[in-house]
Design a protein around this ligand. Structure first.
Ligand SMILES: Nc1ncnc2c1ncn2[C@@H]1O[C@H](COP(=O)(O)OP(=O)(O)OP(=O)(O)O)[C@@H](O)[C@H]1O
Ligand SMILES: [Mg+2]
Length: 461
């Protein structure tokens, strides 16, 4: 990771653990070699080879000392200095925020979301939330929102790190990266185990106020269509679960923001309206913001009703609307009404976006959305339960509905469920394609049947 601003943070301070180890070794030496008498500063100085001033700094745990000094001190008492024995403190009042932006997009053309930003800032600053997850369908704006949020919070944190998990980095590497960024030192001894690294990182999250943002968490979750379980970590990535649990449960002064298309199971267990772990489900953009996005692209014409219908069709999804705006501009000279008349909703990248979501659904989730696609009216839980296959238990139905709702694939209003408009259109298109395919297939087989009957007749003649 390349820091945007690097600050020199030479020197380390003993942790409680390090101090306890040193004190214990000193007491033991006093009892064995000094007839149970306490060492004076001079005694300690001759024992360690360090001058009194430096020793006072070491034991005060307030002032930074060179790491080599700690090493010398530990060796004098036959101790090995380990990573949990010291930390690299930062001096927030003197240094600007250290920032790492990874592959974060440029969000200078960000519109709206003022309510969501206010809520998130309130949770993180006033309510001191330790972990916040932004959930929502692909393209709804989770990544952009996380970057915008981090930019708004720069003054409130000593370190800000934004990192994408798109390439599924293994947890040991990710933890090493995060520690390295916070410590900002070229050589640092890292524990070899995942738990050791998590503990070290947690130590830093207690001492330094850090804002960590991990984007695309769904990439380290299992594919529900294969495992039929939603929100579990992929084999080999369970360490992330361990890390998230500790960030959510332990006391510290930092905040971890996650963005994901699917909710990790664990977060469901820890979240709550008044708890330090919260979830915000991002909805689409409002008319005004969509119009701003369109205006930045060029000129568009549409009545209030046409704008409303267009935005509703794509549930305010900015990615989908961005794609559609290009099509309206190129093929319909900016006339929104003309485009709406074609009734072509799912095409190009939008088709692939919906397909990605559908492909990751479990069997039960698939059955539910298909059922909702053929039902024109929103349907209640009891109706769905009475109509859907009896092999699906009420618990399975409940869990699947919850997971579909968290992914914004279905909507709930007045205790009834319906499909999100893009998903409905995608499934209806598929249904029509399947019917056409079936018709062609049955027509072909009929033709084959007629031909073979005719052939048989000929042979008989
Ligand atoms: N508030 C906004 N203002 C303007 N444009 C936005 C806004 N939010 C998102 N967009 C546009 O929508 C696109 C998709 O947003 P983003 O990448 O944040 O979606 P996402 O929810 O992270 O999707 P995915 O799940 O695929 O990662 C962005 O590239 C940007 O063009
Ligand atoms: Mg994203």
């Amino acid at each position: 990771m390349n820091p945007q601003q690097r600050q020199r943070k030479r020197g380390v301070i003993l942790t409680n653990l390090g101090l306890q180890k040193l004190e214990a070794a000193k007491r033991e030496a006093e009892s064995c070699k000094n007839s149970e008498k306490r060492y004076t500063l001079e005694d300690l100085s001759s024992h360690t080879g360090l001058d009194s001033d430096t020793l006072m700094k070491v034991f005060s745990c307030q002032v930074k000392v060179d790491k080599r000094t700690l090493n010398t001190c530990f060796q004098a008492f036959h101790l090995k200095l380990e990573t949990n024995d010291y930390y690299f403190p930062s001096t927030p009042e003197l240094t600007p925020t250290t920032q790492f932006w990874g592959e974060a997009p440029d969000v200078s053309m960000f519109y709206g979301r003022t309510t969501e930003l206010t809520t998130l800032k309130h949770w993180i600053i006033e309510e001191r939330c330790r972990m916040v997850t932004l959930l929502g369908m692909g393209g709804v704006g989770k990544t952009w929102m996380s970057v915008k949020l981090a930019r708004h919070l720069l003054d409130d944190f000593q370190v800000v790190i934004w990192q994408s998990l798109r390439n599924s980095p293994p947890i040991p590497e990710m933890l090493a990266d995060l520690i390295q960024c916070i410590v900002n030192e070229p050589e640092i001894d890292l524990p070899t185990t995942v738990q050791g690294r998590i503990s070290l990182l947690m130590n830093y999250l207690k001492r330094v106020r850090c804002l960590l943002i991990l984007d695309n968490v769904e990439t380290i979750l299992v594919d529900t269509s294969v495992t039929h379980k939603t929100g579990y970590f992929r084999p080999g990535y369970e360490g992330y679960g361990q890390f998230f649990r500790q960030v959510g449960e332990a006391n510290h002064q930092s905040c971890l923001v996650l963005t994901s298309r699917e909710k990790p199971k664990q977060i469901g267990r820890m979240e709550g309206e008044t708890l330090p772990v919260r979830v915000l489900q991002l909805q689409g953009l409002q008319t005004k913001e969509v119009q701003e996005i369109f205006n930045a692209k060029g000129s568009f014409w549409g009545s209030q009703m046409e704008w409303h219908n267009l935005i509703e069709r794509y549930a305010g999804n900015p990615l989908a609307l961005n794609i559609v705006s290009t099509t309206i501009q190129k093929l319909f000279d900016g006339q929104i009404g003309e485009f709406l008349q074609q009734d072509i909703v799912v095409f190009g990248e939008i088709y692939h976006l919906v397909k990605q979501h559908i492909n990751r659904l479990s069997n039960v989730e698939n059955q539910i959305i298909k059922w909702l696609a053929i039902n024109y009216q929103p349907i209640s839980f009891s109706e769905l339960r009475s109509q859907i296959s009896p092999s699906i238990s009420p618990q399975q139905l409940l869990e699947a509905l919850e997971s579909l709702q968290e992914r914004s694939l279905i909507q709930k209003s007045a205790a009834c469920f319906s499909l999100s408009p893009i998903v409905k259109k995608y499934l209806n298109n598929q249904l029509t394609e399947n019917k056409t395919h079936y018709k062609i297939k049955s027509r072909d087989s009929q033709t084959r049947l007629i031909k073979s009957t005719r052939a048989k007749k000929k042979t008989l003649i």
